[in-house]
Write a protein that binds this ligand. Structure first.
Ligand code: GH3
Ligand code: MG
Ligand code: MG
Length: 293
């Protein structure tokens, strides 16, 4: 777990880091400049922030406000170090979303226990998020999260006038795989298929399982021409792969429908429906092929 320790007093910061590092799996980073510390917390993956209240330029309370008003970072727990006399500061920090406090001078045992509790809460939250957003079988985005991300990506593409393409991928004759080799084999096929797609796609693209044996991919900054090349590459890799299941080595194929999001699409679902129609044409015209609309 990554912890940012922000304290203009380097000696205190180092002592607290030494205490915290006694916990398992901790990676702590110290900032004596609160502005640098804040920038780090807003940019990097941080699991907890330990911040002193009294600091020049940006004090602990301001830092709490700036982190908690950022939607991407509001879930990062913050423990603030204050003195007994600063009760009004504590109330304001609590109101801004601070999660816990430590009295100055910091007691080692209390620091370790409070940090440990915060980190265990953080782990549960991250696990819940993972369960809520990812498909349990294939580990790609689940339907809800995929559609949510796709809507966001569509707004971003509009803002920057950049192209965005969508693929619908469906396994050919998948029912036969289940019927012939059993449901467990079918599951392995789906997992392998997702892995092949993930290996072929760039990090900025994303894939979701919309249901059953149906996946969708968003290709960011990608026009229809380039998306056709990507789809064809995917189709070929899947066609040439051998899926090793417990009983059998199987060959599978997919049909892919694709489209580019256009100015006429009011919502992402309009583009997705078009990709779905294209997929239907690919199935109608013989399967194991791509069709764009
Ligand atoms: P087509 O080429 O027209 O797409 O034919 P198909 O057999 O792939 O399509 P169909 O929609 O008839 O069958 C899809 C099958 O996918 C039926 C269902 O039992 C199976 N399926 C859905 N979800 C899962 C899953 O999570 N695991 C497994 N193993 N099978 C699933
Ligand atoms: Mg199918
Ligand atoms: Mg289907």
């Amino acid at each position: 777990m990554n912890i940012a320790i922000i304290d203009d007093n380097a000696v205190n910061a180092k002592i607290n880091a030494a205490y915290i590092n006694k916990l398992d799996d901790i990676n702590s980073v110290i900032f004596t400049n609160p502005i640098e510390g804040l920038a780090y917390c807003l940019e990097k993956d941080v699991d907890m922030i330990l911040v002193d209240y009294k600091m020049p330029k940006v004090n602990g309370l301001e830092l709490v406000r700036l982190v908690k008003e950022n939607p991407e970072k509001s879930g990062v727990p913050i423990v603030m170090i204050t003195s007994d006399s600063e009760n009004d500061v504590r109330l304001a920090a609590l109101d801004a979303g601070a999660n816990d406090f430590l009295n100055k001078p910091v007691n080692e045992m209390e620091l370790i226990i409070r940090v440990r509790n915060m980190l265990s809460l953080r782990s549960y939250t991250l696990e819940l998020k993972r369960l809520a957003n990812f498909d349990a079988l294939t580990s790609v985005y689940n339907r809800r999260h995929y559609l949510e991300q796709a809507e966001k990506e569509m707004s971003r593409a509009r803002r920057y006038s950049s192209p965005l393409s969508v693929l619908m991928i469906d396994v050919d004759k998948f029912k036969q795989v289940n019927d012939t080799y059993g449901h467990a084999c079918g599951d392995t096929v789906l997992t392998e298929l997702a892995n092949i797609c993930l290996a072929e796609l760039r990090e900025v693209d994303f894939i979701g399982r919309l249901g059953g044996e149906e996946f969708s991919v968003c290709l960011t900054e990608t026009s229809l021409d380039r998306a056709s090349l990507v789809a064809e590459r995917l189709r070929k890799s899947i066609e040439s792969a051998t899926v090793n299941t417990e009983q059998e080595s199987l060959k599978i194929s997919v049909s892919i429908g694709l489209t580019e999001v256009s100015d006429c699409d009011q919502e992402f679902s309009n583009a997705l429906n078009r990709a779905d129609q294209a997929l239907y044409s690919a199935k109608e015209s013989g399967r194991n092929k791509i069709v764009s609309l």
